[in-house]
Write a protein that binds this ligand. Structure first.
Ligand code: PEP
Length: 251
């Protein structure tokens, strides 16, 4: 059976004091959780803080992006190996904000995915369509192209060491959530596409839903059989909400 994962994406939010308060409430509030994994993906400057704060706790941590390169003259970039110095478990790759605001195409995202795996990190690969693409009936095509770019580069087998996140762009940070059935349908599509190449990996792969998951909709989203948890943006900054979402994943 697939274990659920709830990963918070703090985006460009935080501060040393604020993080301490948020992290201590998350740790205390999720103490009883034993059937789901909880994680926070924080801005780079706070990796040292989360490493020290969370190292003896049940909460995992990671980053929100990495370079596709190992090292070199890439000013402002951070390599996957560097994240190992902070014992990160996860790194988000291909978040829609990286794709749309920073021009990351499928090929770049695939190389970042590979860099994460090569460094022993678990990439959380985000895929998803815009509203225009959904309305034009292109969801399956867009998601397939995003997935195929990764599979062509690294092979389907290594998906066993990764997590996918279906994040319809029209639902991210907008307060609009996909209905549980819309999300489930997309997750089934993704799982079937991977199953056509490797049914065992498809059956074991964690596929998270992301897009305005909140304390008041997490239970119904996580009740869908192919939704294995969530990638949480806004609600990950509110301790009580994030804890409630983690609790929903634990039930
Ligand atoms: C995200 O950033 O991945 C996300 C899903 O954000 P939100 O929960 O705020 O929609």
């Amino acid at each position: 059976m697939r274990k659920r994962l709830v990963a918070g994406n703090w985006k460009m939010h935080g501060g040393i004091e604020q993080n301490r308060d948020l992290l201590s409430k998350i740790v205390a509030g999720t103490m009883e959780i034993d059937k789901a994994t909880c994680a926070v993906c924080v801005p780079y400057p706070y990796l040292s803080q989360v490493h020290s704060f969370l190292k003896d706790t049940h909460i995992s941590w990671g980053a929100q992006n990495i370079s596709q390169y190992d090292k070199g003259a890439y000013t402002g970039e951070v390599s996957a190996m560097m994240l190992n110095d902070f014992s990160c478990r996860y790194v988000i790759v291909g978040h829609s904000e990286r794709r749309t605001l920073y021009g990351e195409d499928n090929c770049t995202v695939a190389r970042k995915f590979k860099a994460a795996l090569d460094a022993g990190l678990v990439p959380i690969l985000c895929v998803g369509e815009t509203l225009d693409q959904r309305e034009a009936g292109l969801m399956e095509q867009v998601v397939s192209e995003q997935l195929d770019a990764v599979i062509e580069l690294v092979g389907v087998e290594v998906l066993a060491d990764s997590v996918l996140a279906y994040e319809p762009i029209w639902a991210i940070g907008t307060g609009k959530t996909a209905t549980p059935q819309q999300a489930q349908d997309a997750h089934i599509f993704i799982r079937k596409r991977i199953a056509s190449q490797n049914p065992t990996i498809a059956a074991e792969l964690q596929i998270l839903y992301g897009g305005s998951v909140k304390a008041n909709n997490a239970v119904e989203l996580f009740a869908m059989s192919d939704i294995d948890g969530g990638l949480i943006g806004g609600a990950a900054l509110l301790a009580d909400d994030f804890v409630s979402i983690c609790m929903a994943a634990n039930n």
